[in-house]
Design a protein around this ligand. Structure first.
Ligand code: DOR
Ligand code: ZN
Length: 434
């Protein structure tokens, strides 16, 4: 089966030029057969109208909630939402119930994902049993079952000695460690960054709770040689630490979320849990440091930390509601509109941070669109402005702080391994052989 896409414009990642092309894909092999003009006939043709063709996005930080919290999200709804956001591969965090700490659970996630027919799902397994921070899981068995990395995301590994042992073993088996950097003895029961916490009379999560653990783990990574990936960097000191570590030659990568790039604690003027996220929205100084790190590559990639929760949970007070925001369906339009259209970064640079770098950093296929490579691509509409409306999301989660924002760049077509995973205005996850 062959699928042809006409009417698109291919972005050249080296010079930013756009060239009208046709793309011919092999839906059985999942590869790109040809990119050019007047290509051979296909079994099915999709005609675009000038949308820009990009390599499918890759998000290394998503919460899919299954098993255990299917009222928030399932693997199928999350994978479809990801495809609607232009993602062809997403890595899911293990803080489910039970947590992804056994090979059987990793296999379960991969099976469910396959059935969804949407974005590919790469499971990240627990570092410790039950994410309790006490005993390490069986890294080798988890890798054999298909885990792409290890993390106790949602919680930091508090014991430095245990983390050191985890890194040594992860280095041995060749799995990256993704850290949720939060020293609980500093963060305590905090819910907001310093200024907002004071304003609302709630306990704070100081930036040092994050930076202190990153400093520890950089030193341990240097000593063990593991690939350390720092999740959701949000403070200035953490960006500086990553810059220092990279200059020293430590094998470290970092990610930043759209909310830490575009929002600060100043948006929190009342007790509204839609703004409650961990790490919390920080100061303008922190935001600018994250942006600088994202522009200069210290922060290698964007990651959404897509964290769906039910409306009832998010209607509770800041103190009682769970942490988290959804982001998978809006990250590209938000960053394109606010960073590329404003001239802060080029479109190729943004695509590097959303496709190419995550693929390189985690050794994944894709990240560039080329003949012979995986048929993972997204077509985005850079001309049309649309309002972010949570009731249009395919995710079960509606908890976005960006409701009502007007943005350009929504995906109109996402192809995963040569099969249509999303097409705007159409049912997703359902394909007739494509
Ligand atoms: O805001 C967050 N939500 N931060 C985390 O670390 C966990 C996540 C979740 O699972 O909801
Ligand atoms: Zn997370």
């Amino acid at each position: 089966m062959k699928l042809k896409i006409t009417g698109g414009r291919l972005l050249d990642l080296t010079d930013g030029s756009l060239t009208p092309v046709e793309v011919l894909l092999d839906s059985a092999q999942g590869t790109v057969l040809a990119i050019g003009r007047d290509l051979a006939e296909a079994d099915r043709t999709i005609a675009l109208s000038g949308q820009v063709l990009l390599p499918g996005f890759i998000d290394m930080h998503v919460h899919l909630r299954e098993p255990g919290f299917e009222d928030k999200e399932t693997i199928a709804t999350g994978a479809r939402a990801a495809a609607a956001g232009g993602f062809t591969q997403i890595a899911c965090m293990p803080n489910t119930n039970p947590p992804l700490h056994s090979p059987e659970l990793v296999t379960f996630v991969r099976r469910q994902a396959k059935a969804s027919g949407a974005a590919q799902v790469l499971p990240i397994a627990c570092i410790t049993e039950g994410q309790r921070g006490e005993r390490l899981t069986d890294f080798e068995a988890l890798k054999a079952a298909g885990a792409v990395a290890l993390s106790d995301d949602g919680k930091g590994v508090q014991h430095g000695g245990l983390m050191r042992e985890a890194m040594a073993r992860a280095a041995d088996v060749g799995l990256p460690i993704c850290i949720h950097a939060e020293d609980e003895s500093i963060a305590g029961p905090g819910v907001l960054h310093t200024g907002a916490a004071r304003r609302l009379g709630l306990p704070e999560i100081p930036g040092e709770a994050e930076a202190a653990m990153i400093a520890r783990d950089i030193l341990l990574a240097e000593q063990t040689g593991v690939h350390l990936h720092v999740c959701h960097v949000s403070v200035e000191s953490a960006v500086s630490l990553l810059r220092w570590a990279k200059a020293r030659g430590v094998r470290v990568t970092g990610e930043v979320t759209p909310h830490h790039l575009l929002l600060t604690e100043d948006v929190i003027t009342r007790d509204d849990a839609v703004f409650k996220v961990n790490p919390p929205l920080r100061s303008e100084r922190d935001r600018l440091a994250c942006l600088e790190g994202f522009l200069d590559g210290t922060l290698d990639m964007a990651a959404t930390d897509h964290a769906p929760h039910t409306a009832a949970e998010k209607q509770q007070s800041m103190a009682d509601s769970p942490f988290g925001m959804v982001g998978i369906e809006t990250v590209f339009p938000l960053l394109y509109t606010h960073l590329v259209r404003t001239g802060r970064m080029t479109l190729p640079a943004l695509v590097q941070r959303m496709s190419t770098r995550p693929a390189q950093a985690f050794g994944l296929p894709g990240g560039v669109l080329r003949v012979g490579g995986p048929a993972d691509l997204v077509a985005v509409d850079l001309q049309r402005e649309r309002e972010i409306q949570p009731d249009t999301f395919l995710s079960k989660g509606r908890n976005t702080p960006f409701v009502g924002w007007r943005v350009f760049g929504f995906p109109t077509l996402t192809v995963v391994r040569g099969r249509i995973a999303y097409r705007s205005g159409e049912e997703t996850g359902v394909h007739d052989g494509f």
